[in-house]
Design a protein around this ligand. Structure first.
Ligand SMILES: [Zn+2]
Length: 223
């Protein structure tokens, strides 16, 4: 079957899919700077035009590839080579443009975050404590994305809970594991930070998800 998403116009760009346009609306609502298809690459002989470069020309820059469905192994492989070749982290995001999890701010202890420990037998140390996954809060939540790190060439990258997180320290919205506030560059390293800090469900992010979902677009096809 030959089926193709309709181009969607927004902010002077022609997006290849409505999902991409919704993420552009989302980032605009947050004041997050982005470029759409700024640069194509030939990766191992195959042309590749990544969707978004977010926070371009800054040390927070990352690629954001939007997929309407769970990505194929080939798509993940290409994004991995893109990250490696450009030295810039790449996300392949297949989750919907909606808040990825309920408010989890009641979870403040590391034990609750990690899940209760079980035990695993090791020949070296006998029974060893081992976190039992998933933790209670994870159950029923779908993964949203793959994160491809320029320095890691994992053979089989795993999808995970990569959620937009609203940093209370610097005001940047970036994609973090389980939306955690951690490693903010504007905080001194010795600053006291809670071990667990979910920031995926803030009013600012909820507002941006709402804007993305409710945006109406013109058809992008020219006559
Ligand atoms: Zn920050």
């Amino acid at each position: 079957m030959n089926i193709k998403p309709i181009e969607t116009r927004y902010a002077g760009y022609r997006f290849r899919s409505r999902a991409e346009a919704r993420w552009a609306v989302f980032m605009d609502a947050l004041g997050v700077p982005w470029d759409y298809e700024p640069q194509g690459y030939v990766i191992e002989g195959i042309p590749y035009l990544p969707d978004f470069l977010v926070y371009p020309e800054s040390r927070f820059a990352f690629w954001l590839e939007i997929k309407g469905t769970f990505p194929t192994k080939e798509e993940i492989g290409k994004a991995q080579l893109l990250a490696k070749g450009t030295g810039t982290t790449a996300f392949v995001y297949f989750g919907k443009p909606e808040v990825p999890a309920p408010d989890l701010s009641h979870i403040t202890s590391f034990e609750d975050f990690m899940g209760s420990p079980g035990h695993i037998w090791t020949d070296e140390d006998g029974w060893r404590e081992y976190p039992v996954r998933p933790a209670q809060w994870e159950i029923g939540l779908p993964p949203t994305a793959f994160r491809l790190d320029p320095s890691s060439m994992m053979r089989r990258p795993k999808s995970g809970f990569w959620w937009w997180s609203d940093c209370p320290h610097c005001g940047r919205a970036i994609i973090k594991a389980a939306g955690q506030v951690i490693g903010c560059p504007d905080l001194p390293e010795d600053a006291d930070q809670p071990a667990v800090h979910f920031a995926h469900h803030t009013p600012r992010l909820l507002n941006a998800y709402r804007a993305a979902r409710s945006a109406r677009f013109e058809h992008g096809e020219s006559p």
